[in-house]
Design a protein around this ligand. Structure first.
Ligand code: FAD
Length: 447
């Protein structure tokens, strides 16, 4: 039972009020539907592990979502939207109980054209790409949870992933074109936002409306070759990553660099990762493999693994060792490990922090486009001891000019944003005046 649960609500009666939609009230299933990957953080684990929703509901249409919104407003029931539940910061964990609205059945691709598509929020990213590739296009970017994550969940909770080396973050202008949302006003309504207005719901953890449809820009699809390159020296691997990310003539999608001993955690790749070496996990266009080989030679790397796109598609993709999957593999071996998310901005700053890392911090980089250049972003692994020490590590990075998007907090403002966004708060006042949407996640909002 959650501390803030409104115990006067009879959820059996609510389920009846919402007849015609699938609902779940079984405690075990509700536990699964209430949680995400918050346990990557020992701090969030303590804060969130006992939070549960009271009723899960699986609408299939926008009209049904409007009905749910009416019921929540009428009875003042908190409502938390859930995509696939792969978020890392307890984003879809209902802090105050209430209804979990699961979008799994809102999974239609409405239309798909070269360069752009319109989908319902529950469409799975990999399933979408399969369709889009039939016409030569694909998602501009996707997280390493690509096989399971929903597009709506990525828009509302994600930030970047494979493809970001070309297209930046999902919040970069142009990546998301239009959204339709259902509000929780006294009279819930359907609203459309386009252009810069979409920022009001982007990365808002579902606190500013329930997305029922969205239009996203696409990228041309290439046959992606998957390649592992190993290096004797970490900074050479990092410089190679920068050079590949900056190579105008080599089409790439993933540039992921790992300092030893992270490579030990990749059990399935051990044949390709000699002990003590540092590695680059890459996706490049098959047509550009020859120039990639030249670049590898220039940086004295060694290619130990190379799979053509058709081979890669059959097995486990290297994607599932990168981004936050690196943390997943490492934690499978040692559950005391946790992570940070860091913009180093420059290789010089990275080198400085690498020299200080010792055994406590293992550096993992993903290159992504920020503004007009590719930059190394860290998802470094940390041997966790105490919260005080973790905060000291964060302060140490910040004092040297790095930017930390703290993954050990559950509010929007305390993570990557760092500050209250007045535009988002004002929008929430309008569309959710009773504060029912994922309550507790937007610190700047008060009823
Ligand atoms: P959920 O976790 O279900 O939801 C995320 C947030 O969006 C929640 O606040 C939820 O309330 C809200 N939401 C969902 N649907 C809607 C909707 N229709 N309307 C309004 N709000 C909604 N993230 C990255 O950005 N890049 C990565 O590479 C990456 N790698 C990861 C690797 C691992 C191993 C794990 C565990 C997580 C990783 N993540 C990554 C985080 C997460 O997987 C992604 O952000 C993913 O896109 C979330 O999608 P989801 O469907 O699981 O969303």
């Amino acid at each position: 039972m959650n501390a803030n649960t409104n115990t006067n609500i009879n959820y059996q009666a609510i389920a009846k009020e919402l007849a015609g939609m699938e609902t779940i009230s079984d405690r075990d299933r509700l536990t699964k539907l209430s949680l995400d990957y918050y346990h990557f953080s020992p701090i969030l684990t303590e804060q969130l592990q006992d939070k549960r929703g009271e009723l899960a509901i699986f609408p299939t249409t926008e009209e049904e979502i409007v009905r749910v919104a009416h019921t929540c407003v009428k009875h003042k029931i908190p409502l938390t939207v859930r995509g696939a539940g792969t978020g890392n910061y307890g984003q879809c964990i209902p802090l105050q109980g209430g209804i979990i609205l699961d979008t799994a059945k809102m999974n239609q691709i409405k239309w798909l054209k070269p360069g752009i598509a319109c989908v319902q929020p529950g469409v799975k990213m990999a399933a979408f790409d399969k369709k889009a590739r039939e016409i030569g296009w694909e998602l501009r970017m996707a997280p390493s949870t690509y096989r399971t994550a929903s597009i709506g969940g990525f828009i509302s909770g994600g930030s970047a992933g494979m493809g970001s080396v070309n297209y930046g973050q999902i919040s970069d202008r142009g990546n998301l074109r239009r959204v339709r949302i259902v509000t929780l006003e006294a009279q819930p309504q359907v609203m459309e936002l386009s252009g810069d207005e979409v920022q009001k719901v982007l990365h808002a953890y579902g606190t500013t409306g329930i997305i029922t449809e969205l239009e996203i820009a696409l990228a041309p699809a290439y046959p992606w070759q998957e390649v592992i390159v190993v290096f004797a020296d970490f900074m050479t691997a990092a410089k190679f990553g920068q050079a590949l990310s900056d190579s105008n003539g080599i089409v790439k999608k993933l540039v992921s660099i790992h300092a030893a001993p992270i490579t030990r955690y990749f059990a399935a790749l051990q044949n390709y990762l000699p002990e003590g070496k540092h590695c680059a996990l890459l996706m490049v266009s098959e047509y550009d493999f020859a120039p990639l080989q030249d670049l590898v030679r220039e940086y004295q790397g060694e290619i130990t693994y190379s799979k053509s796109a058709s081979e890669a598609i059959k097995g486990t993709s290297l994607l599932e060792f990168t981004w936050n999957h690196t943390t997943l593999h490492a934690r499978n071996v040692d559950s005391n490990l946790t992570y940070l998310q860091t913009f180093y901005f420059t290789l010089d700053r990275l080198e400085q922090l690498y020299q200080q890392a010792g055994d406590e911090i293992m550096i993992h980089l993903e290159f992504l486009r920020a503004g007009n250049k590719a930059v190394p972003a860290g998802l470094q692994l940390i041997r966790y001891t105490t919260e005080a020490r973790l905060n000291e590590i964060i302060r140490n990075h910040e004092s040297q000019g790095a930017f930390i998007a703290n993954p050990h907090v559950y509010t929007i403002e305390d993570g990557g944003n760092k500050q209250i966004d007045p535009q988002k708060v004002a929008f929430k006042q309008k569309v959710d005046p009773y504060g029912l949407l994922n309550p507790g996640k937007m610190r700047g909002f008060s009823k």
